[in-house]
Structures are given as structure tokens and as C-alpha cells.
Design a protein around this ligand. Structure first.
Ligand code: CTP
Length: 403
């Protein structure tokens, strides 16, 4: 569970004068979308790239530009903001801002504010690669790290100045991800969690396959939430349209056999295995080397059974390991889910009825019931998969071997 209620959190975004200041706009918008309060401090160079009015409109708060202008209280408001902030993000952070902070210099609103902050501060360096690789800048960044600042590494790629290399500000959603991680308690720290997600594809020729509409959203949401809560996460995923979560180790697979191999290779080291994947139970007996040509009016595909990954894990389960399954059913949820819970030797199974548009496979929301070996059943309300991921982790944290 996040240690700070995200909807109540108060964030200060510092924007300094880099070409990536426009990404700060998107960042402020995304933070607001999660319900957090945002206040923005800009350096005077930043205002050459983006007007304060844009930040004012998106944050819903006045922007702090200067310590000695505006209201009588302007000269102390930065101290108030520093006291009330749950976290601070400086994006983009120029070489100048980084250098000043590393040396304890306070000569404008942002640098003065930063010295007064005691909550976590994320520094997102963004500049030309040569500047970024300059030993003085690298030394300053190293010092900031030593002082406890969190550095969000810049990405490599084409830069606005036409050169290529490290220095590009990460995308706003990736910075937001780091921010949420900072605000989240680390109750899974030291735990290794293996999560499977998405569908599998069982090819019968190079261009055709049997699959299902699983989007992978629930498994990815769990992987991100577990990472935010300090777990060491490995995500084994079938083909999806989702971007691999930043900072989560991910193995991409195609078929059930490949998923089984990846999961079996890593499950032995995992404290917790969560199988959200919609694994195909059968695969075509024969996979043609070339595209199959149209032929007679009838065509019969002979299917053979795939390994049941979770059942095998249940048979091999080591003491203290937790196994969590998912059961997607179209009827008799309780009977089918509890049967799978028992037969696969699970510690919890998350059951849902599929076939509704607001719950299950491709939806952004899910309505599930949790079944436990004790016979207890908990029915959860319909909610966003990201929120549900945290609720499921809360329940896993409460399972006998975790407490
Ligand atoms: N599962 C698995 N390997 C399979 C099939 C399913 O590991 N070959 C896992 C799923 O990831 C899920 C759980 O088992 O966590 C239940 O999957 P589900 O498809 O609901 O059930 P099945 O066991 O396949 O049974 P059925 O298809 O008959 O409902």
C-alpha cells in the first residue's frame, strides 16, 4: 500500500531552463491526474522555454518564480512549500541546477527551496551529452547521489542539439513511475516475485495461431506495484501491446512451452509466484513450416495438451513459497476457483467472471473474488487494475508465510 495516500500527496516540481521543459508540462498534468497537489517553481531561464501561465493552469496553483516579488509572503513561501512537500521532482535538471545543489548554493527561488527540503527529491538531469559526460557534472551528480538525492538517469538518443548520446529527459510517465515508487512503502523489500502475464500463442503455421484476448494489463500492473513496494520482480510475459515496465526485469515468450521453460527456470528462486497469464491449455500437434494453403471445405486441427505450469509449481512448492493463481470463468466461479485452488496447491486464487466489458481480459478495470485454502472468500468491488494490484499485494502480504 502506498505509504502516502497518493490522492492526498503534495508534490513540488522544479523546472529549470532546458529544452525538455515542455516535458515538465506533461509531468505536471500526469501528477494531477493521480489526484496529487502540485506546485511548480521555475528558474528564470525555464520561463524562456515554457510560460509560467501554462504551469499555473495545469497545476491549479500560482507558480513560484522569484523569492522577492509578488506577495509579502513570497520570501518565506518556499520554506512552507519545502515543509509540506511529500516529494520533489526537478525535471529537467540542468547542469547549473545540479551544480548549485551539489555545492549548497542558493541564489534563486528553486535553489533556495531545494536546500530547505527534507522530503525525497528526484533529480532528472537533461542536457547535451558532452555537458552530461563532463567530469565536473558527473562528479556533482555522484555527490548528489551520496547526499541521498535520487537520480533519474537520462536516456540515450537523439538530442535537440542534433547530437546523439545520454542526456535526454525520460518520458513523463517514467518519471511519474519513479515518483510513485518514492511515495510507496517498501513492505516487499527483499522478496523475489515471479509474475506471468498475457496470453500465449500456439502456432499451427508461421503466420497463424490459437490464442485468447488477454491484454496482460493485470500482470503488468502487479509487476509495477510490486516493484514500487520494493520487491525484486521478474515478469514473464506472452505477447502484449504494453511497453515493458521500466526497471522490471522482463522475459518475453510466445508459446505455453516457452512460458513453462522461463517460469520453471526462475521459480525455484522466487518467494512468491503469481500466475496471471492466460496460458493456452492445448497446442496444435503439428506446426507447419510454411503457410498452410487453402484446401478442402473442412479442416481438422488436432490439438495436444500443454503443460499446466501452475499445477507443476504446486507439486514442487518449497516451504515458505507462496503460489497465487488466477481463474477466469464464465460460470460457477466459486466451484471452479476453489477446485483449482485445491488441485494446484495454491495459497490464494483470484477469480473473476469473464465476458463482461468492465471486467476481465482486456478491460482497465476488474471485479474479482479472492479464495483462500481456509475456505474464506472475499469479494472485491470493481476497480482499476492498478489499484487492484495494490489490494492483491496487501492480501498476499497478509498470507501466513508472509506475516
Ligand atoms: N495455468 C497454467 N498453465 C496452464 C493453464 C493455466 O499455469 N496450462 C494457470 C493460469 O496462469 C492461472 C491458473 O492456472 O493462474 C488457472 O488457469 P485457468 O485457465 O483459469 O484454468 P485451467 O487450469 O486451465 O482450467 P480450465 O481451462 O479447465 O478452466
Amino acid at each position: 500500500m502506498p505509504s502516502v495516500d497518493l490522492a492526498q500527496a503534495s508534490i513540488v516540481v522544479g523546472v529549470s531552463g532546458g529544452i525538455a521543459a515542455y516535458k515538465g508540462v506533461e509531468l505536471v498534468r500526469s501528477i494531477r491526474k493521480l489526484g496529487m497537489q502540485v506546485r511548480v517553481i521555475m528558474t528564470s531561464n525555464a520561463t524562456r522555454f515554457v510560460g509560467p501561465i501554462t504551469f499555473e493552469a495545469l497545476s491549479g496553483n500560482p507558480v513560484c518564480l522569484n523569492l522577492f516579488e509578488g506577495s509579502d509572503r513570497a520570501s518565506i513561501q518556499h520554506i512552507e512549500w519545502a515543509r509540506s512537500a511529500d516529494a520533489v521532482v526537478v525535471a529537467p535538471a540542468t547542469a547549473n541546477v545540479i551544480g548549485k545543489l551539489a555545492c549548497g548554493i542558493a541564489d534563486d527561488a528553486l535553489s533556495t527551496f531545494l536546500l530547505a527540503v527534507s522530503s525525497p527529491v528526484l533529480i532528472c538531469p537533461s542536457m547535451n551529452s558532452q555537458m552530461y559526460l563532463n567530469p565536473a557534472v558527473q562528479q556533482n551528480i555522484e555527490n548528489l547521489r551520496r547526499f541521498g538525492y535520487r537520480i533519474v538517469e537520462p536516456e540515450s538518443g537523439e538530442l535537440a542539439c542534433g547530437t546523439s548520446g545520454p542526456g535526454r529527459l525520460p518520458e513523463p510517465e517514467d518519471i511519474l513511475d519513479e515518483l510513485v515508487a518514492v511515495l510507496t512503502s517498501k513492505d516487499f523489500s527483499g522478496k523475489r516475485i515471479l509474475i506471468s502475464a498475457g496470453p500465449t500463442r500456439e502456432h499451427f503455421d508461421p503466420v497463424r495461431f490459437i490464442s485468447n484476448p488477454s491484454s496482460g494489463k493485470m500482470g503488468y500492473a502487479l509487476a509495477v506495484a510490486a516493484h514500487h513496494r520494493g520487491a525484486d520482480v521478474l515478469l514473464v510475459t506472452g505477447p502484449t501491446h504494453l511497453a515493458p515496465p521500466r526497471a522490471v526485469q522482463t522475459i518475453g515468450v510466445n508459446s505455453a512451452a516457452q512460458m513453462a521453460e522461463a517460469v520453471f527456470n526462475h521459480a525455484g528462486q522466487a518467494d512468491i509466484v503469481i500466475m496471471t497469464a492466460a496460458v493456452s491449455d492445448y497446442r496444435p500437434e503439428v506446426q507447419a513450416d510454411q503457410k498452410m494453403k487453402k484446401g478442402p471445405d473442412d479442416l481438422t486441427l488436432r490439438l495436444v495438451k500443454n503443460p499446466d505450469i501452475l499445477r507443476t509449481l504446486g507439486e514442487r512448492k518449497s516451504p515458505g513459497q507462496l503460489l497465487i493463481g488466477f481463474a477466469a470463468e464464465t460460470e460457477q466461479l466459486r466451484a471452479h476457483a476453489t477446485q483449482k485452488l485445491r488441485e494446484k496447491n495454491l495459497d490464494m486464487i483470484v477469480g473473476n467472471l469473464v465476458g463482461r466489458t468492465d471486467s476481465g481480459f482486456a478491460a482497465d478495470t476488474n471485479q474479482v473474488s479472492l479464495f483462500y485454502p481456509t475456505g474464506n472468500v472475499e469479494t472485491m468491488p470493481l476497480m482499476e487494475k492498478q489499484k487492484l494490484a495494490h489490494h492483491l499485494l496487501d492480501r498476499i502480504a497478509g498470507l501466513p508465510t508472509m506475516t
